[in-house]
Design a protein around this ligand. Structure first.
Ligand SMILES: NC(=O)c1ccc[n+]([C@@H]2O[C@H](COP(=O)([O-])OP(=O)(O)OC[C@H]3O[C@@H](n4cnc5c(N)ncnc54)[C@H](OP(=O)(O)O)[C@@H]3O)[C@@H](O)[C@H]2O)c1
Length: 294
């Protein structure tokens, strides 16, 4: 399915909510954060049932309740299928995945309750599950869509074959694959995923664009040097350049930021308008990989 993708428009920069519980914000401060995101053009918010030990969605919902009219100005994304390990619970001695009908439906319904909303704009299967029965996932998606609880569906961390398998059982197109990509993790550019997404006109969502902050703290000195040099040339911050490097890949990425600081979200937006030259893109790629292209 290469065309006729029913419209789901996520903002080019998406606010990631994985770390929301660590920001220690009051409900009022969380509400202000959401408002400021919307004012900056960040209208999409990325959640998962498990974030913050299953607490982040409820923290967001509590803030949204302060001004419920904001709901229709935003897109809410959530994910399901990870079952974390739980001490003292024999059914959860190890972390695992659950992509059954019952788990998907009950997880999505819990997300709605926690987020204090009637619908999700997008629900993703969080991780590729070796025991996934694609027809059963399709049945769960159809059920949620028919009930008006979820409008669009996608996947996260899936390989090409698993995306094709699931798509083959669906009546609706998969909207996205949420994948990791950064100057520390560029596998998606080399394993065929970026080509597949471009071919299918599927805009990926990119997670950990700054490698969770490690890009600057643990990075290769060579990479940091090039980022600094280019940030002078482009009159921007190294972080903005790291976003520009991702945005330069021609597959329409929606880039998820993980920062709780508004000024850092602005850097992500700035990065989208940097016109990184082909030469400089490859300069960063070489600095990241540590060797020249052949
Ligand atoms: N689908 C999946 O499997 C998956 C996996 C992981 C994440 N995600 C999604 O992707 C989102 C983003 O992931 P991430 O949090 O790892 O993204 P990230 O943007 O790569 O990392 C954000 C972290 O880096 C820190 N940081 C350090 N220097 C920074 C700078 N100059 N600019 C911005 N941040 C800086 C931030 O701290 P401050 O808050 O102090 O700025 C924050 O702790 C998550 O919130 C989640 O929604 C999805």
């Amino acid at each position: 399915m290469t065309s006729h993708r029913p419209a789901l428009t996520l903002s080019p920069v998406v606010a990631g909510m994985m770390r929301l519980s660590r920001w220690n914000l009051s409900p009022q401060q969380r509400h202000t954060f959401i408002r400021r995101c919307l004012e900056m053009g960040i209208s999409s918010f990325d959640h998962a049932d498990i974030y913050g030990g299953f607490s982040c969605e409820a923290l967001f919902g509590e803030a949204l309740r302060i001004e419920p009219s904001l709901r229709d100005k935003m897109e809410l994304v959530s994910k399901c299928n990870i079952v974390p390990k739980q001490e003292n619970n024999p059914a959860r001695r190890i972390g695992h995945y659950n992509s059954t009908f019952d788990h998907i439906v009950s997880s999505a319904e819990r997300s709605l309750k926690n987020l204090q909303t009637d619908y999700l704009d997008l629900l993703l299967i969080h991780r590729a599950d070796p025991l996934m029965d694609a027809a059963e996932v399709a049945r769960a998606f159809e059920h949620l869509r028919a009930a008006g609880k979820v409008r669009h569906f996608g996947v996260s961390n899936f390989g090409i074959h698993k995306m094709q398998l699931l798509q083959s059982r669906l009546t609706m197109p998969l909207q996205t694959n949420q994948i990791e990509l950064s100057l520390l993790h560029w596998e998606a550019l080399e394993n065929g995923m970026s080509d597949y997404l471009q071919q299918q006109n599927i805009a990926p969502m990119i997670w950990s664009p700054l490698a969770g902050g490690r890009l600057f703290s643990e990075s290769k000195p060579q990479l940091v040097t090039v980022l600094r040099e280019l940030s002078q040339k482009y009159e921007s911050s190294p972080a903005a350049l790291a976003f520009a490097w991702i945005a330069r890949v021609p597959f329409g990425a929606r880039i998820i930021t993980g920062s709780g600081k508004i000024e850092r979200l602005r850097e992500a937006i700035d990065g989208r308008s940097i016109n990184l030259s082909r030469h400089d893109w490859f300069w960063l790629y070489r600095a990241a990989r540590g060797y020249d292209v052949p």
